[in-house]
Design a protein around this ligand. Sequence first.
Ligand SMILES: [Fe+2]
Length: 370
Amino acid sequence: MEQKIITAKKNYRQLDEWLLGTKHPLLVCDPASIRFQPTFYTHIHTIHDLDWAEFRDFQPNPSYESVEKGVKLFREEKCDAILAVGGGSAIDVAKCIKLFARMEPGVCYLDQEIVPNDIPFLVMPTTAGTGSESTRYAVIYKDGVKQSVTHESAIPGTVLFDPDCLRSLPAYQKKATMMDALSHALESFWSVNSTEESKAYSREAIREILTHAGGYLLGRDECSEAMLRAANTAGKAINITQTTAGHAMCYKVTTLFGIAHGHATALCNRVLFPWMITNADKCTDPRGSIYLQKTLKEIAEAMDCDSALAAANLYQELFDSLELEIPEATEEQFELLKTSVNAERLKNHPIRLTDEDIDQLYHMILKTKA
Ligand SMILES: [Fe+2]
């Protein structure tokens, strides 16, 4: 099913049309970000005489227990639609509520086969980066263990873009989320799972991000809307291919140095990109190293560069211009990092990374603490 994209255009008319089809929707909202959306919040509570149920009882890295509470509320209130507002956590919670809403309540939902349903599901992302609103993946935690919930019917049927949402974001968040979207587009482009369709999404997202990065960071509305679209398009690309080494290597960098996810992916990809160019002959993609070199050239074209190397340099220049910190690691931390790479994500990378490669790459990604 093609996802419908609607925009706020200051008046939420298209949202009103979607709401006309509902009677008792469940609003799943990020407790931190909803207070920054007063216009939206006032609007949805003053039209159509709708009786809203509201679910905010979750935290970042949401737990299974909080999702269970949301499902219970949806059932008890006899809700007929879900509208989610927020970043990755709110969207993941809403995706799980939608997936579990018609399943057996007495048994752990994670142990059951997902039963698809047609509950109307609209998402308004309040950051431009994760692209979570266009993927079938949701991540929640049960007893502290990460659980990936994956199903096509988790993808919202409708997405609302409101550039006003991005206005209150701190500059660091804007930069980091933008680089996350760019990492999705790049990693998907060179993934062993890429298809012509995913490459077209990647190409479009890369062009949009590079064209609008400056205006977006200056807070121009038209650029913010373009960035929301680009993040969504990059999400569609990773929905087909998943991410690769940049994401596989970034998770521990994020937690170890307390930096944003997108910042960590950019730290990794600014090193991986040129490394891949010089190591393309070690390609493990069944389509071969010539194919990988052609792909890197296609990325260069999408970035308006003459060669893959020029594109990698442009990426580095963009990273430098954002003045994102490069953390310093001790040898102990380097040891920890090289054993913490996500093996599942690494499988999607088109070049096999040996333990030695990973160690060397981390020493290039981070500074060494004297
Ligand atoms: Fe990401």
